[in-house]
Write a protein that binds this ligand. Structure first.
Ligand code: C2O
Ligand code: CU
Length: 544
């Protein structure tokens, strides 16, 4: 259970607990489809369809006074067993005091929201000892992790009520900020939304040797940012009806590490923030209230070759970034913000969102976290000029190019089918995946079990902020993004990995496909997956 020592000042800081949703409840899907078609037509007929919020950004939580100390998820201590680091994780119901005096029902890992931070080193052998005490099925997926499909925790590795699962693998990733969350067919968005997410941080020899802030929770701070809707009792509202409209659920309250209206006291020096967009659908355009320059040092899957100066950073759901912010000359607190941004062609989405959900992610500004510099003497620090050595993948050895067309809400016109393998990939192959967004709304493309590199966006070199290892990438309307990736040596003809839109609402609607990685791509892939909920009781993850 969380404790929030600070108290709310009545009237100043109370969240807007009134329902913002103007959707008929429940809305007949046919009506929504009609509406959507109508809006589409309107958009086509009037190309200048106005984006009202671009001119008049809505500062959604401008009234908020930061007064709750940011919760730092504790590190989960492993025990050693036969040379393995064993971590115990229990998925179960829980409670959190997000608003003083109110108990919010949550789903939790080890009783907490967010879950405890798992930390391991490249080369470590890890085992996760997972028990599900929920009355519903769940899975635990290691987002960004390079590992055998059987250990991936996708929709095939179900853990039924009362069941358990013990995946194990050797850490192959380089130093990176990864995360874990459920991947239950049709229920991912809701289970994540209700509290199931946690960090999985990886260190390696390179990161050990760099002069970077590294004191967990002090100057090296994990931040999972999630938007929520609350009812007047402080309970999460999860609106299934948002699935049939465009963006998915957008909340008007922001939680950082499960903390509402948070602040953190940080040493007045260079600090490192590990940002994770753990929201279902909302993108954040991060920046600071004093407009200071910060340094991006890592993308989803690892450290960049060199730090990149930025003043804004857009993260879609599932994406991570590590940034360095210099607090050494600050006398006053500053705020991490999410600013208004534009997505080009999004007039249609905006119009539909405006009508049905009362806002868009693009048009809304939020304060996210107040950073209060602590007084004291701190030596000014240099940011290392070289962060990583990256072996770039070679376009000349590409074995196959595959094309994925994203529509609303399918991939290559198909919806997820448990029994259908969409792609068969050879172990060790270098491939290009060409992802085209042929819909009027943004999608975030995520591939399991691998880290890729963005080759180009509409034929242009991606911004430097994207020139690093990635596992999730934003694809805006009418954009084609080419990804290059080299598949690992984890062959399994029977168990697939997923690729999908990481807008979790879209994923749950079926915007997902499956691929197997095999030594011999000629053989017929045979899916071995029990139907949802059957794999109960003790079940050890196994390879081959
Ligand atoms: Cu973060 Cu397939 O998921
Ligand atoms: Cu999508």
């Amino acid at each position: 259970m969380m404790s929030q020592p600070a108290r709310l000042e009545p009237g100043v800081n109370s969240p807007d607990l009134s329902l913002r949703i103007r959707l008929p409840h429940p809305a007949p899907p046919a009506l929504l489809v009609l509406l959507a078609v109508g809006m589409l037509l309107a958009a086509c007929l009037s190309p200048q369809l106005e984006h009202p919020q671009a001119q008049n950004p809505e500062f959604v939580n401008g009234h908020l006074v930061a007064q709750n100390r940011l919760l730092i998820p504790p590190l989960l201590a492993p025990h050693m067993e036969n040379g393995e680091k064993v971590f115990d994780l229990t998925v179960g119901p829980g409670e959190a005091e997000i608003f003083p005096g109110k108990i919010t029902k949550i789903l939790s890992y080890n009783g907490m929201y967010p879950g405890p931070t798992i930390r391991a080193h490249a080369g470590d052998r890890v085992r996760l000892n997972i028990t599900n005490t929920l009355e519903e099925t769940t899975t635990v997926h290691w987002h960004g992790m390079e590992l055998p499909a059987a250990m991936d925790g996708g929709p095939h590795q179900v853990i039924g009520p009362g069941g358990s699962w013990q995946p194990y693998w050797t850490i192959n990733n380089q130093a990176a900020t990864l995360w874990y969350h459920p991947h239950t067919m049709g229920k991912t968005a809701e289970q994540v939304y209700r509290g199931l997410s946690g960090f999985f941080i990886i260190d390696d020899e390179n990161s050990d040797s760099l002069a970077l802030p590294r004191e967990y929770g002090v100057d090296d701070i994990p931040l999972v940012v999630q938007d929520k809707l609350f009812d007047p009792d402080g309970q999460f509202i999860y609106v299934h009806e948002h699935r049939v409209i465009t963006a998915g659920l957008l909340g008007d309250s922001i939680l950082v590490n499960g903390t509402y209206a948070p602040y953190i006291e940080a040493p007045a020096k260079l600090i490192r923030l590990r940002l994770l967009n753990g929201s279902a659908a909302r993108r954040y355009n991060f920046g600071f209230s004093d407009n200071c320059t910060f340094h991006l040092i890592a993308t989803d899957g690892g450290l960049l070759e060199a730090p990149v100066e930025q003043t804004r950073l857009l993260l879609s759901p599932g994406e991570r970034a590590e940034i360095l912010v210099d607090l050494s000359n600050l006398k006053e607190p500053i705020r991490l913000m999410s600013y208004v941004f534009t997505d080009g062609e999004n007039a249609v989405q905006n119009a539909i969102q405006e009508q049905l959900a009362g806002g868009t992610d693009e048009g809304q500004q939020f304060q996210i976290l107040e950073l209060r510099p602590k007084t004291g003497t701190f030596v000014s620090e240099q940011i290392p000029k070289v962060l990583n050595t990256i072996e770039h993948l070679d376009e000349n050895v590409v074995l196959k190019t595959r094309r994925f067309v994203l529509e609303a809400f399918t991939i290559n016109s198909k919806m997820m089918d448990h029994e259908r393998i969409d792609e068969v990939v050879r172990t060790g192959a270098t491939e290009i995946w060409e992802v085209e967004n042929n819909s009027p709304i943004y999608h975030g493309f995520h591939v399991h079990g691998i880290q890729f590199w963005v080759l180009d966006r509409n034929g242009m070199t991606p911004p430097v902020s994207e020139q690093g290892w990635k596992d999730t990438v934003t694809v805006t309307p009418q954009e084609t993004v080419r990804l290059i990736m080299k598949f690992l040596e984890y062959s399994d003809p029977n168990l697939p990995y997923m690729f999908h839109c990481h807008n979790l609402t879209h994923e749950d609607m079926g915007m997902m496909g499956q691929f197997v990685v095999v030594d011999e791509p000629s053989g017929q892939a045979q899916i071995q997956s029990p139907p949802d909920g059957i794999k109960q009781g003790d079940h050890a993850g196994h390879q081959n």
